[in-house]
Design a protein. Structure first.
Length: 532
């Protein structure tokens, strides 16, 4: 009987050992599946995080596009204002140049008119003298000689004045030419210096951008390492918590110590992560400020270069115009001298003719009267011609004023057209970039939804496996209490998982609502870009 009981006990013990071996194998398989599920959940969460970061990056792109649009509007307005100033300045310079030329022409015409009036006055005096002194031939002869000498002296004085004017014009031309050449050299030197400054500023800008990218790369690497350490610490805490729940007393004490130490490490790592992120933001802000400063300096240098090039062109044009005008003035003065010399020769020839033909004084007087009338007619014709010239100059002034206004309007219209073309091209490019960012946001939303579905499926699988494990454990007749405890644990896990699912559903609904709101905001931004 004892042997039979011992056999029964031994058989029961063997049965218990067999059940324990089966239970241990099931526990090992369960832990392996749980580890695989944890890895899948971790990957799904990482993908979800990447999708959120991608969405945020594309939202930053949309905001950057808006900032770029505002800057482009300001730059176009500033360029348009500068162009208007350049047009107005050129308009004023042309107006002043034409006024100077017109004033010189008016002065020349008035001078010719005055000379013709003087000649007419002289000839009228000669004619009156011939009529009044027809009975006094000798006295008339003397008076004629004196009058002729006076006329010659006046004309010689005019010739001397004209020669002095020619010398003065030539001297002024040489002086102005030297001064203009110096000014042009100075302007060209200034342009070269400004271009050198632009090259240096461009190199500085590229160096800053390279430094910014390197700093960003280094900080990102450090942040990734800290995040990996945080994730590893969280996994250690989770493993210790599992041991704390299911292990023996010694394992639980060791797990509690591990959790306490890992929690401290986690706090230190999270603080380190926050410090690194703060440091990265500060460095990027400093680089951005430096880059913006260099860009502003480069923009100012470009504006300065444009202004210097305009000044150089104006100096060259003014030098050419002055040389042309000086040549015209010298030519006019020389023609006037030749005319005066011809008049002197005519006066001397007339006097010699009267001396030779003194015996025929009446004929000479008639000839002189005829010649005087011709001179008067010529002077009158000259006066009429100069008056016509003055009237033509007034008409020319009005026409030039109209032409200048028309040219100015055409230039402004051309600038407006170019501004509109630039704006259209920029709007098209910006719209394409905005559409691309919107597509990236939509892809991120789809990825988020897919990862949520993965998490949902993993949670459902975890519930089914927990129930299956409880059922398998309950089959052991020698370990009813353990099976019941396993069943209770599974039921508790089921409730916890259901609570997690409800929380995830609420969070998923909130995230989807937030993402839909952000998509609507992005669409409104796109519409506003298109309206602009």
């Amino acid at each position: 009987m004892i042997e039979e009981n011992e056999k029964e006990i031994k058989k029961a013990q063997e049965k218990i050992q067999e059940l324990n071996d089966i239970q241990n194998a099931q526990d090992t398989q369960w832990n392996l599946k749980a580890t695989q599920r944890d890895e899948q959940i971790r990957m799904a969460l990482q993908n979800l995080k990447d999708a959120h970061e991608n969405k945020k990056a594309n939202e930053d792109i949309l905001r950057t596009l808006e900032t770029k649009r505002v800057e482009e509007e300001e730059q176009r307005a500033k360029k348009f204002e500068n162009a208007l100033e350049d047009i107005q300045r050129a308009h004023d310079e042309i107006k002043n140049t034409q006024k100077l030329e017109r004033d010189k022409n008016v002065q020349s015409a008035e001078e010719e008119l005055r000379k013709a009036q003087e000649i007419q006055k002289v000839q009228e005096a000669i004619q009156s003298s011939l009529v009044d002194q027809s009975d006094k031939a000798v006295e008339q002869k003397i008076q004629d000689e004196r009058q002729t000498a006076k006329d010659i002296q006046i004309i010689e004085t005019m010739i001397e004045t004209a020669n002095n004017n020619v010398k003065k014009i030539q001297k002024n031309q040489e002086s102005q030419s030297i001064q203009r050449s110096e000014n042009i050299k100075t302007a060209m030197a200034n342009i070269a210096k400004t271009q050198e400054n632009q090259i240096a500023q461009d190199r500085e800008l590229k160096a800053l951008e390279l430094q910014k990218a390197q700093a960003e790369k280094q900080m990102s690497s450090r942040i990734d390492k800290v995040q990996e350490a945080i994730q590893k610490t969280n996994e250690e805490i989770k493993t210790a918590q599992e041991i704390l729940k299911n292990g023996n007393s010694q394992a639980k004490r060791k797990a509690a110590e591990t959790i306490q130490e890992a929690t401290k490490n986690l706090e230190t790592q999270e603080q380190s992560l926050r410090n690194l992120i703060k440091q990265r933001n500060q460095e990027q802000a400093q680089f951005a400020q430096k880059i913006e400063t260099v860009k502003e300096e480069l923009h100012k240098s470009q504006e300065q270069l444009t202004a210097q090039q305009v000044i150089l062109k104006n100096l060259q044009d003014l030098k050419t115009q002055e040389e042309i005008q000086s040549s015209k003035d010298i030519q006019n003065a020389r023609e006037t001298i030749e005319t005066f010399e011809q008049k002197i020769a005519e006066a001397r020839g007339l006097l010699n003719l009267r001396n030779i033909q003194r015996a025929e004084e009446e004929t000479v007087r008639d000839l002189q009267l005829s010649q005087s009338r011709v001179e008067i007619q010529r002077a009158q014709a000259t006066q009429r011609a100069q008056i016509d010239i003055l009237e033509a100059l007034e008409i020319q002034e009005a026409q030039q004023e109209l032409q200048r206004d028309k040219d100015m309007e055409n230039a402004i219209a051309q600038i407006r057209k170019e501004q509109e073309e630039i704006k259209t091209a920029q709007d098209v490019a910006r719209t394409q970039e905005t559409q691309k960012a919107q597509e990236e946001i939509q892809k991120a939303l789809q990825l988020i939804e897919a990862q949520d579905e993965i998490l949902q499926s993993l949670s459902n699988a975890e519930v089914e496996q927990a129930i299956q494990r409880a059922q398998e454990t309950s089959q052991s007749t020698q370990d009813i209490e353990r099976a019941q405890e396993t069943i209770r644990t599974a039921e508790e896990a089921i409730r916890n998982i259901q609570e997690i699912q409800n929380s995830q559903n609420d969070r998923r609904a909130q995230v989807l609502q937030t993402l839909q709101q952000e998509i609507q905001n992005a669409q409104r931004e796109i519409q506003r870009f298109e309206d602009c």
